[in-house]
Design a protein around this ligand. Structure first.
Ligand code: ASP
Length: 356
């Protein structure tokens, strides 16, 4: 059964199918009003979220289905100490498909290990956010018409920005991608993405110190917010937060058909004066997020018992002598089997990808 825990759980062909279905839904929404009739989506949100949760809510409702779940784990049995795996076993008795957001990395993977229904990772800590990635890919496809051979600038918080991590992973399936990383030292892209994705899968990247340096080359500028809630040091946060801001002046350096994306919420990294620029795609991106989630929910339900759409082979293994050192990993917070994986010479935790 297909879950969506990582963007790489979908093949490039499956992503294309989902994008094509989203296109079709945008053109003919009425054809899909009953597509999920009598089906239920559970949204288990252990971390605050407005747009992603409401996007899932709008998506299931527009497909004629229903929604249940919680947006505040403190008010559910979680407060009594229930584990993610138990919560999912229970919710799967009520729902046909589950979307989970969790501050602990790897929680959706732990859920998928025991779930009899498809699990969608709606964001786990600073690790991954694959439905935002599908949103981003649909936006790029709608704005520029193709995804291959594009040059991306990722700007802001590349360290904690899970949407950046997931999008770069997904881009490894496309041809001719180049990446500019525009971030201060303290917010650089994690080692596992640079090594496992950029180096091993061949995405060339250049690290630069300012938007201006990269701007004329870019087809996509992907802006992100500094993730204050994941920062441990408030002083450091205050020192960095005003760096790397996009304004109308900098937009003058960009290509005529470049698109600016942002997963939102925006704080101050894009001045509102940029909003009127036709290249500012971030509010259109929100709308695409609903359509791509409709397409994803329908596809995962259609593929559930279809052997043509298996989960990819993960090659996870156990080894009692190894231990994940990430305190924010599910394997250090709940009793799950600690799994590991190998990428080249390196052994990583299968849940959070920390190097062992
Ligand atoms: N909405 C995105 C996320 O959930 C980005 C952000 O919060 O800054 O990761």
């Amino acid at each position: 059964m297909k879950h969506l825990i990582e963007p790489t759980d979908l093949t490039r062909a499956e992503i294309s199918e989902i994008i094509a279905l989203a296109d079709r839904i945008i053109e003919h929404p009425e054809e899909y009003y009953e597509a999920m009739a009598h089906k239920k989506l559970a949204t288990l949100f252990y971390e605050p979220s407005t747009r992603t949760r409401l996007s899932f809510t709008a998506a299931i409702k527009e497909l004629g289905g229903q929604m249940l779940g919680f947006s505040d784990a403190a008010k559910s049995s979680v407060a009594k100490g229930e584990t993610v795996q138990d919560t999912v076993r229970v919710m799967a008795c009520f729902a046909d498909i589950i979307a989970m957001r969790h501050p602990i990395e790897g929680a959706p993977l732990a859920a998928a290990e025991v779930s009899p229904v498809p699990i969608i990772n709606a964001g786990d800590g600073s690790h991954s956010h694959p439905t935002q990635t599908l949103t981003d890919l649909l936006t790029i496809h709608r704005e520029l018409g193709h995804i291959d051979n594009l040059t991306f600038g990722f700007c802001g918080d590349l360290r904690f920005g899970r949407t950046v991590h997931s999008l770069i992973k997904a881009l490894s399936a496309y041809e001719g991608i180049k990446v500019y990383l525009i971030a201060p030292d303290a917010l650089k892209l994690p080692e596992y993405i640079r090594h496992d994705v950029c180096d091993l899968k061949g995405i060339p990247y250049v690290e630069v110190d300012s938007i201006e340096e990269a701007m004329p080359e870019l087809d996509i500028l992907y802006m992100t917010r500094v993730q204050k809630e994941r920062f441990l040091d408030e002083d450091e946060f205050d020192r960095l937060k005003d760096n790397f801001i996009l304004n109308a002046e900098k937009m003058k350096l960009a290509k005529k058909n470049m698109a600016v994306l942002h997963p939102l919420p925006r704080v101050n990294e894009i001045l509102t004066e940029v909003d009127a620029d036709p290249r500012a795609a971030y509010f259109r991106q929100v709308a695409y997020g609903k359509y791509v989630r409709m397409a994803l929910i329908k596809s995962l339900m259609d593929w559930k018992d279809d052997p043509a759409h298996p989960m990819p082979e993960k090659d996870h293994f156990t080894d009692d002598s190894l231990r994940c050192t990430n305190p924010k990993c599910i394997c250090n917070n709940e009793s799950v089997t600690p799994y590991f994986k190998r990428t080249g010479e390196i052994v990583r935790c299968a849940y959070c990808e920390t190097k062992i």
